[in-house]
Design a protein around this ligand. Structure first.
Ligand SMILES: *Cc1c(COP(=O)(O)O)cnc(C)c1O
Length: 444
């Protein structure tokens, strides 16, 4: 290693644990220079630190348990945060299952070698294609969202087949960083409640091919406190007691979904996963003892917490200008590769990359390339005052809900995803091309 690399200083969260700042202003992740990644793969570019993802998966296993004697897993990765074969195969290696929301995410899990019995199919409006793909693959569990769905699923099962199902319920718990990401309340479109719950349980019981193994809920996103989950656990046990009292069915599983918060900026709060597991076990034991129910298996579905801190996105500055009282730094990506600032007001913490930041900082707006006033990646961020066209900017905590939410707005092809491990970079998902986009445009 060069003298420069030896003088590298660790970068704090939200950067991955392996991230280090070198004396010449570069950032290395997993021993790989991000400047070098930008040169080799172009910008914008998503990078994922494989070691960080695996370490996070192991921490979840330690907290919630690995595969049991029958191969069942407690931790299912919510593939909607980001899915590609490479990432899902790392998580499979680490003993996790996958929560898939569509036939496409299910296909990706199967392609990654995830055994079908470790896959859980989700969705409040599953298409016929989604349900058929799940039945054909033989997924471990389908999480039903309505009585209608129980009938639709049962109609697809071949004679003699049996499908385990969970029922998504409304926990009436308000949690999550932003109203748009709260999903555990009665005015969101997810889960069943009251008479709809009774009807859904009845619908499942009408079909001997369906086996109701548990209840499910999901509170929302970026929850950093344990207490909302503890409350949800108690509510689910109360509903399980109601189901047992009215039908005699005893559920054996409780799935509390995901939403585990991570820091997206320096000093930001994160959910303590080990404490979550400990508290939830205690809550389930106490509530079940009081209700005279056996303690169910506990399932969780983290998405963001497994991948967000492992990812960063690299942009090239294409122009700097001051109009009115604001200085705008425009980069070669934006809301097409990261719609989260526009959707949720989510803000990253960009930093200049690849040269020593000698100059004093000044406040600038980091904006994207799209024809929208709302295409602002960070409205007020401190960057070196001499930031100029050609500079590189990196935004950490970008591994979740960015590549997976990317669009082709302005007919901009989507960026590649590059894995970093032990000093080497390899392509997981190639850059889309204008030719890819043209190929779909088949008529006049
Ligand atoms: C989105 C979602 C998750 C994952 O949420 P994160 O905030 O990424 O942890 C888990 N379960 C369900 C049902 C979801 O909709």
């Amino acid at each position: 290693m060069t003298a420069v690399a030896e003088r590298a200083a660790a970068l704090a969260a939200p950067w991955p644990a392996s991230a280090a700042l070198t004396a010449d202003g570069d950032v290395r992740v997993a021993g790989v220079s991000l400047t070098e990644v930008a040169r080799r793969f172009g910008t914008p570019c998503h990078v994922l630190d494989e070691g960080e993802v695996r370490a996070r998966a192991r921490a979840y296993r330690r907290a919630f348990g690995g595969p049991d004697a029958r191969g069942r897993v407690a931790v299912h990765y919510a593939a909607k945060a980001f899915a590609c074969r490479g990432l899902l195969s790392w998580l499979k290696d680490e003993g996790l299952g996958v929560d898939a929301c569509s036939a496409g995410e299910l296909r990706c899990a199967l392609d990654a070698g995830v055994p079908a019995h470790r896959v859980l199919l989700h969705g409040n409006a599953k298409s016929g294609e989604d349900l058929r793909a799940a039945v054909e693959a033989g997924v471990g569990r389908v999480v039903l969202d309505s009585a209608d769905e129980a009938h639709r699923l049962a109609a697809l099962l071949p004679a003699g087949a049996r499908q385990r199902v969970l029922l998504r319920v409304v926990p009436h718990v308000e949690a999550g960083a932003h109203p748009e990401v709260r999903t555990g309340t009665a005015d969101a479109q997810f889960g069943v409640d009251g008479p709809e719950l009774t009807a859904a349980v009845a619908a499942v019981r009408e079909h001997p091919a369906l086996e109701l193994t548990g209840l499910h809920c999901h509170l929302g996103s970026q929850v950093t406190e344990v207490e909302p989950y503890a409350l949800a656990a108690r509510r689910l046990v109360a509903l399980a007691a109601r189901v047992r009292n009215s039908t005699g069915v005893v559920v054996r599983e409780v799935d509390l979904g995901g939403g585990h918060g991570v820091a997206s900026r320096t000093g930001g709060a994160a959910l303590d996963v080990a404490r979550l597991a400990r508290v939830l076990r205690g809550e389930l034991e106490a509530a079940c003892a009081a209700a005279g129910l056996p303690v169910p298996r506990l399932l969780v579905e983290p998405g963001r917490a497994l991948v967000a801190p492992a990812g960063a996105v690299l942009y090239r500055v294409v122009g700097v200008k001051t109009t009115g009282r604001r200085t705008f730094v425009a980069v070669d990506g934006g809301m097409s590769d990261n719609p989260r600032p526009a959707l949720y007001g989510a803000l990253g913490e960009p930093r200049l990359l690849g040269r020593p930041a000698g100059a004093p900082v000044r406040e600038v707006a980091l904006v994207g390339r799209h024809c929208e006033t709302g295409d602002v990646l960070a409205p007020a961020v401190d960057l070196p005052a001499d930031v100029r066209a050609g500079d590189l900017v990196a935004v950490p905590a970008a591994g979740a809900y960015q590549a997976s939410m990317a669009s082709n707005y302005n007919a901009v092809p989507r960026p590649p995803v590059v894995a970093l491990r032990a000093g080497t970079a390899r392509l997981l998902v190639r850059r889309e091309t204008v030719e890819d986009l043209r190929r779909r445009d088949v008529g006049v």
